[in-house]
Design a protein around this ligand. Structure first.
Ligand SMILES: Nc1ncnc2c1ncn2[C@@H]1O[C@H](COP(=O)(O)OP(=O)(O)OC[C@H]2O[C@@H]([n+]3cccc(C(=O)O)c3)[C@H](O)[C@@H]2O)[C@@H](O)[C@H]1O
Ligand SMILES: Nc1ncnc2c1ncn2[C@@H]1O[C@H](COP(=O)(O)OP(=O)(O)OP(=O)(O)O)[C@@H](O)[C@H]1O
Ligand SMILES: [Mg+2]
Length: 268
């Protein structure tokens, strides 16, 4: 079996999807998990103003509304987290995403002081972190805040990771990769876009160029410029299509180099 076929099988990506079916699949997946674990009462997602968190935020809000209506238990809630590092460049997109999602609750925690404090403490021990490493610290600080809130609010941290990120390892280990449940893991980037379109999301949110926006020296750097390959090509690869040989090599190298990110800690 070719590596492409193995990856597709492992990540469970379908070549063609029906958005309404995938939306219901995600909602039922989240709903069933919550109803099987009655100690959990909330879903928690960091909302960045980007495509993935807009989709997951909307799916979580719909799920919670459904559970509330079926169980008559008003304690179930969706908590959208604003987690900027200082001032966010795409603040307006974030507001638009929240208007689209209409979350039960919005909490705002600025992660800048915590990240700077961590950088300062490391410096005192002689460890100087680069702008790139500091970017990963931001992602881990966001993870930490989400888990603090989950602990207080009986929550489940919902991940926004999808197959185009998983295959390339394009996430911070134990940062945005550190979550409890990932409803869109089997979708690629353009399939996520299809779901948002079906949910009547404002176009500018799902046509926005994907960006991690973690580096201070390169604000709003597009993911594709870091990856060296476009999401469109990654998506085609994941759908089993034939792509050009250079892109295939880039994707498969990224996949093989990041295998440690797709499982738990290495044991003997
Ligand atoms: N072979 C190996 N076996 C086991 N563990 C290994 C390992 N190699 C490194 N490691 C560990 O992994 C660490 C490196 O992993 P990590 O800390 O993740 O760091 P790294 O993979 O270098 O950086 C994360 C990348 O994801 C991008 N990102 C982050 C967040 C969000 C998004 C987004 O748009 O979605 C993208 C970010 O821009 C960056 O390019 C090492 O410090 C080491 O501890
Ligand atoms: N400023 C932020 N505020 C809150 N959460 C954030 C912020 N930045 C990143 N996150 C969280 O980290 C996740 C990973 O970031 P990522 O950039 O992959 O996704 P996105 O911004 O939702 O979509 P896109 O990939 O299209 O930019 C986000 O989905 C979100 O949950
Ligand atoms: Mg983003």
């Amino acid at each position: 079996m070719s590596l492409q076929k193995k990856i597709i099988k492992l990540l469970k990506v379908k070549p063609i999807i029906k958005p309404e079916i995938e939306i219901n699949n995600c909602i039922n997946f989240l709903k069933n998990y919550l109803l099987q674990h009655l100690n959990l009462k909330s879903l928690i997602v960091g909302i960045s103003g980007g495509q993935d968190s807009t989709l997951i935020g909307k799916l979580c809000q719909i799920t919670i509304e459904k559970i509330r209506s079926e169980t008559k238990d008003i304690n179930y809630q969706f908590i959208a987290l604003r987690l900027p590092y200082g001032i966010q460049y795409d603040e307006n997109d974030c507001k638009d995403a929240l208007n689209f999602i209409c979350p039960d609750c919005i909490l705002y925690v600025n992660i800048k002081d915590a990240v700077l404090s961590s950088e300062k403490s490391l410096k005192k021990s002689g460890i100087i972190i680069s702008d790139y490493i500091k970017g990963n610290e931001k992602a881990r600080e966001r993870m930490k805040v989400q888990y603090s809130i989950a602990a207080v609010k009986k929550g489940l941290v919902v991940g926004t990771g999808h197959a185009a990120e998983t295959i390339t390892g394009f996430f911070t280990k134990y940062g945005d990769g550190g979550t409890d449940i990932n409803p869109i893991a089997r979708l690629n980037k353009r399939q996520g876009r299809l779901l948002l379109k079906h949910l009547n999301c404002p176009k500018h949110l799902y046509f926005k160029k994907p960006m991690a926006d973690l580096e201070e020296k390169n604000p709003q750097k597009e993911d594709e410029s870091v990856l060296g390959v476009t999401y469109d090509i990654i998506d085609s690869y994941l759908e089993g299509k034939k792509i050009d040989i250079i892109s295939k090599k880039i994707i498969e190298r990224l996949y093989l180099n990041t295998s440690h990110k797709r499982h738990g800690p290495i044991t003997q």
